[in-house]
Structures are given as C-alpha cells and as structure tokens.
Write a protein that binds this ligand. Sequence first.
Ligand code: LLP
Length: 423
Amino acid sequence: NLSGFSERNGSWYAEEIPLSDLASQFGTPLYIYSKKSLTEAFQAYDRACVDPTGHRRARIHYAMKANSNLAVIDCFKKLGAGFDLVSGGELARALAIGADPKSLVFAGVGKSADEIAQALQAGVKCINVESIAELHQINRVAQQLNCRAPISLRVNPDVDAQTHPYISTGLKGNKFGIAYHEVLKTYREAALLSQIDVVGIDCHIGSQITSTSPYLDALDKVLDLVEQLKKEGITIHHLDLGGGLGISYGSETPPDITEFTNTLLDHVAKRGFAYLDVVLEPGRSLVGNAGVLLTQVEYLKPGAEKNFCIVNAAMTELMRPALYEAYHAIVPVQNKNLKSLTYDIVGPVCESGDWLGKDRTLGIEEGDLLAILSAGAYGFVMASNYNTRPKPAEIMVDGDKAYVIRSRENTQDLFSSEARLPD
Ligand code: LLP
C-alpha cells in the first residue's frame, strides 16, 4: 500500500505534493506520512473484522510503538482503532488524544509498579501479563489502589515466526510471555488472587512475518488453552492475537491484509470460538508503507572498493538498517537520467554500521534528494540524538495539504536540560 506515494513523470509525490516541494519548505532529513495510506491500511483490516451480516468479529488495537506521533494515533482513533501500549509514555499519548481507556491494552515484559498503577487508574481494558512475578505485582498495586485489575496472560506458544531473530518473540528462548506449559497453572493462580479479574488471553509471535501459517499454529495452541480453561470454569472473554503481519520492503510478498484477517477469524469461528472478542494489534502493516524519509546527498565519494553516497540522514533517523540489516528501497526524488553508479548510502554518524542502503545503483549528483521508502514504521520512533543530532521534523500530507506534526528539534534543545558542575 504505497498508494500515498507515487512517481509521476520522473518525480516522486506524497499524495498531491512533490517531495521536492516538501524538502524546500521543511528541509531535510524529513519524515513524510500519507494520511490516505494510513486510512486505507486501517480500513482494509477493519472491513475484514466485520462479517457479511454486519457482525463485528474483531477489533484493531494499533500497536503505537510502530509510530506514536499524536497526529498518526489520532487518525486511527477517529477511524475507530483501539491501542496496544507498552509504556507509561504510550499510555500518556493515548490519554492525550482522548482515547477511550476501554480501548487500551497494556503489554510489555517489564512494566514498573508506577506504570501498572497509571494503567489501573486510567481504567484500561486489560493488562497483558508476562510473568508470574508481574501477576503478583499487579495484584499488590491493585490492592493499594483498592481496585480490580483486568488481566490476560501472554502465552509464549513456542512457534517459529520465521523472521529476523531480533524481532521474533514467540519462541521459548525469547524473553516474552509465559512458557506454554506454565500457562494453565498461572491462570489457576491468577483466578485465586484477590484483586485480579481474568478477562483474556494473548500472544504475539514476532514482527515482519510474511506467512499466515505460524499464526495458525499459535492460534491453535492458544485455543487449546481456552478450551481447557473453560472446562476448569475459568472464562476467557477476549483473545488477542498480537500484531506482526509483514509488509513489502522490496521482494517480500506478505499475505494481503484482508485475506490474512479473514483466515484467522474464520479459523477462530471454525473451532467454535466465535463468541470470543478478538483483538488484533498490527503496527507495521498499518504505517510501514505510509511513510518515507527524505534526505539530501551531501557528497559522492568514489573509492577503490566502494563508492559512497553520503547523505544527511543517518542511523540516528532510521536505525533499522544498522540494527537488523533491514532493506529499505531508496529512490531519487527526481529522475535526471544521469549515469548510474553503485553506491553504499551512508550517513554522517561516526560508526561503520551507519548505513541506510548497500550496493544501490543510482544516477545521482551532490545536492539531489533521495526518498527512503517504507519508513513509516519503527522509523522516527527509534530515532536518537547520537552525535548530538537534532531529530528531524515529521509532516503529514492529506491531499494537497501538508501539516507539520512534529517540528524539527534545534540543537540548543538537545542540551538545555544538562548542567555543568559548579566551579
Ligand atoms: N503487539 C506486541 C505485543 C508487540 O510486541 C508488537 C511489536 C506489536 C503488537 C506490533 O507488531 P507489528 O505489527 O508492528 O509487527 N523495531 C522492529 C520491530 C519490533 C516489533 C516489536 N513488537 C523493526 O523495526 O522491525
């Protein structure tokens, strides 16, 4: 769904605006999102969540860690999304846009007592529990606040999501979730705790997953548990299948959002669990292809072994290549029919790992603009200030209008909260 970004007569556009106009107006590096792309991706999921009779089979809780800009989450809220949160900070963002607390699910392997208290005070729909120790912590915090805590246990189903090891989360060697063989025992324990209400069950097996089969494996294992719990008198109301559906960065062919969602929901119904309230937590597949990072070529540096194209974006703006050797397509914003050469596209940061693309054949010259595609998910949110680099601005394009949704940081801001020792 790169629908919001297109090349027309050799120039790249965000919806109706040439990317080069955005660069002149707002400078580079610059994150640009398309409202149309966000909306279309959400609506594809949401349509598949409603069956032909109009009955809602599932709800989308956008995993805001993928891109938590207030304008982005507000768009999704207006389209009817709930949210998956992983920190007190993300909870504060959700509350700042007026999200209904009952549309919030709080996940994460290391929630602090303070964060648990904030979630309980806000009245979230559910806290997803990742260890027995955390379950007891939640019970204690709820006791202090004299309230009840709605919980779900995150099951580690031990399935291989066949993705990069850093973004695989459902294997027994991962830190996430409660080991499969301990889940029933933990539910029994939870049911006995004074402040705990068991409401759901959840799993999340990884990210950038490009086939449906690991989901079906995990789903079957989780439904087996729901069946067993029912026999024991522990009622599960909602089933949260996490996120993780991949996008195409280049050569991948992930399942289509509608087909994927239908396959999972049909399977839930076929096994007789249509009564469960299903939650899906997509992040990347809602925003990944709805954003690009715009950068400018500073220098071309030919070399004996490699030619380098040094741009003004770096691992500080987009960390995915440095961290996971992730591939992002990189295109010249204006095709000038120059002689092509093969370059490594690198940033100014003092690390050899600071690269954005390797062995890319491009016809470019100094001063040209490049667009790094599929940068809407895990892009800006993972940016850092390493090398005292101010974070870039973020723009949302809607038709022929561009809105600044985060202004560029300035250098003074970066150290204004620091202090020198007294003389
Ligand atoms: N739910 C839970 C519990 C999660 O941990 C995640 C992502 C999601 C939902 C959303 O997953 P998605 O649909 O976006 O795949 N920084 C990495 C990705 C880390 C994903 C972490 N968890 C990257 O840039 O590839």
